[in-house]
Write a protein that binds this ligand. Structure first.
Ligand code: PAF
Length: 290
């Protein structure tokens, strides 16, 4: 696997492949790679000729500089994992390469829909940071395909909308959530969970899937179900940010006759903010397809 720190070098490496008509996939990450990321690389490999992974801890999407500071940096281990899975190129630019004029005057990509709800409500500016860096990465790599984890469902929805709005010729794919043996969604943030809280955090996934089960059986009391799930989580001492049943295509609050649904949730442990979701499609017989 070749590693590139500079935009120009990365671009010239990709040029011959592009001329040959090879399909290029990009998997953007912030590093600290776990099985979830590796499954995205595998997915990218299966659908293209060249796979580029990027590692860049994007300060623009963090609310507090302390959060950015404490984001785990595990570059050597990440490279090992990427080599093992057969990633072709790693693009790992520094801050000066990505934001040479500083953050304050950096041009931004703003997606006005879907960004001030759910996670965007408690993390103002976060999605602007994401769409800005992802569009820069898209411009640098010019991939045909890109793969993002479905755990960050709102993120991938916003990116899909940005791609559509900006007429970018890039297919955005979602990779399924990878889970620990107790069901906890894999995430770099899991490293921050205190050991006494670790056995209890599976409650987030369990509560969301319980709502999913009720919906699949025809329960349409969205508010009641959200309330029950929140109470179950709070009983274990966690603070709920939101539990919300939404239309998975628009992220609008679910309507009675919606068939494409998603139950999204975010909660705080003492030292980590965790998110998860349960996607379901109701068919005419109220069956569940996940
Ligand atoms: O999901 C992430 O790791 C980040 O938000 C992303 C997409 C790499 C942008 O910095």
């Amino acid at each position: 696997m070749l590693i590139f720190r500079h935009i120009e070098h990365m671009r010239s490496q990709l040029q011959p492949s592009r001329k040959l008509g090879q399909r290029i996939s990009l998997v953007p990450t912030m590093g600290n790679l776990h099985e979830g990321h590796i499954s995205l690389i595998k997915q990218a490999k299966a659908q293209s000729d060249i796979v580029v992974c990027s590692i860049f801890v994007n300060s623009l999407q963090f609310m507090l500089i302390e959060e950015w500071d404490k984001y785990p940096r595990t570059f050597e281990a990440d490279c090992r994992k990427l080599r093992e899975v057969g990633c072709d190129y790693l693009f790992a630019p520094g801050d000066d390469e990505m934001y040479p004029n500083g953050l304050a005057t950096q041009s931004r990509v703003v997606c006005p829909s879907m960004t001030d709800i759910l996670c965007g409500r408690s993390r103002p500016g976060h999605f602007e940071g994401v769409t800005t860096v992802v569009s820069k990465l898209f411009n640098i790599i010019q991939p045909d395909e890109s793969v993002f984890g479905l755990k960050d469902f709102q993120q991938i929805s916003v990116i899909r909308r940005m791609v559509e709005d900006m007429c970018l010729p890039i297919k955005v794919h979602g990779g399924p959530i990878c889970r620990e043996s107790d069901g906890l969604a894999m995430s770099s943030r899991n490293a921050f969970i205190k050991s006494n809280e670790r056995p209890k955090v599976k409650v987030l996934k369990e509560s969301l899937f319980e709502v999913g089960n009720c919906l699949s059986k025809g329960d349409k009391d969205f508010c009641g179900l959200e309330q029950q799930a929140s109470e179950r989580i709070e009983q274990l001492g966690f603070k709920v940010d939101y539990i919300s049943v939404r239309n998975s295509l628009t992220l609008e609050e679910a309507a009675i006759d919606d068939q494409d649904l998603i139950v999204l949730g975010a909660m705080y442990t003492k030292s980590a903010r965790l998110i998860d979701n349960c996607i379901l499609r109701l068919d005419n017989t109220n069956g569940i397809g996940r």
